[in-house]
Design a protein around this ligand. Sequence first.
Ligand SMILES: *Cc1c(COP(=O)(O)O)cnc(C)c1O
Length: 398
Amino acid sequence: MRTQDYIRLEETYGAHNYKPLDVVITRAEGVWVWDVEGNRYLDCLSAYSAVNQGHCHPRIRQALVEQAGRVTLTSRAFRNDQLPFLEKELCELTGYEMTLLMNSGAESVETALKAARKWGYTVKGVPDGMAEIIVCAGNFHGRTITIVGFSTEPQYREGFGPFTPGFVIIPYGDARALEAAITPNTVAFLVEPIQGEGGVIVPPEGYLRAVRDICTRHHILFIADEIQTGLGRTGRLFACDWESVRPDVLVIGKALSGGFYPVSAVLASREVLGVFRPGDHGSTFGGNPLACAVAREALRVVVEERLPERADELGRYFLGRLRRIESSLIREVRGKGLLIGVELVPEAGGARRYCEALKERGVLCKDTHEHTIRFAPPLVITREEIDWALERIEAVLT
Ligand SMILES: *Cc1c(COP(=O)(O)O)cnc(C)c1O
């Protein structure tokens, strides 16, 4: 079968909720992927930062295979011998007291929202049914009805209402707007430390510190969605570490499994996650032993291969080289670590065509927010491989 045959099959039988680049990947290793025609590409998306550790990392693969031969799913009706270790290791790595394991990122965001609401009613004393949660314009937190209900992207919402009430939207990167939006019924502020899907938007220096301060003063929970920015991507273990702030609730996913399996988690204090009583919340697959074995190894790889440090050093290099490209097509180059956005001028006619041109030259990346190309390769990339990509990026953009 050729590329077009796979595409035709998928177009016939699959729902058309994505418009992927026309490359059919059949194999991957580290930063490289191969298509069904035998062409090799450098992956500069990392499955939206889910494969920070590189594709098919041998250690994570080994953990998956070994666990798959023992036990994969018990459901939480029974206990398993992997979950307690992942819980302990996650808390020790991050400094939080408790964690709750889920599968997709959106599920963990929903879990954090439920925890925040119940904390608001049972700890803060907000009148029943009145809890408000503040979110930011340009956010991306997933695709459930509740979450798209507070998206500002019309396409994510249109046709999917009615939506969950109780959310207030403020501009991103504006600490004063946060303070002004708080009412006695506010229980939490949900924010991405860098907006990934929103176009790699880096907030002003000091924003996260100001958010921390405001949330503390008003007794509301600071919920950081680090599903994309966490686990090394931005050059620190978490993007909030750049401003030395600790959110009350941390949501992670994506690279928590190194791309092998959907694993996500909410981390918080006992005061917050302690609001859940048996039967309040759950998931058949959440915290299953296969997921836990994979996540334990994926976390060890992040730490032992010093992926945050690599992202910091190589990100500075990549960003610096991109900034030096002289091209009338480029409006701005921004990012942190290996989460980089190259925003093109409107006259460039959208980022998609440049992603297609890059694909033809062996670099896979994704347009985000119409005019921005995101470069987010696996954090195991080498300087030589970045140079290889830069040669092609430069050729396409000049
Ligand atoms: C990807 C992402 C999500 C949603 O994760 P899924 O696993 O796709 O549900 C939520 N928040 C952020 C910041 C993300 O990047």
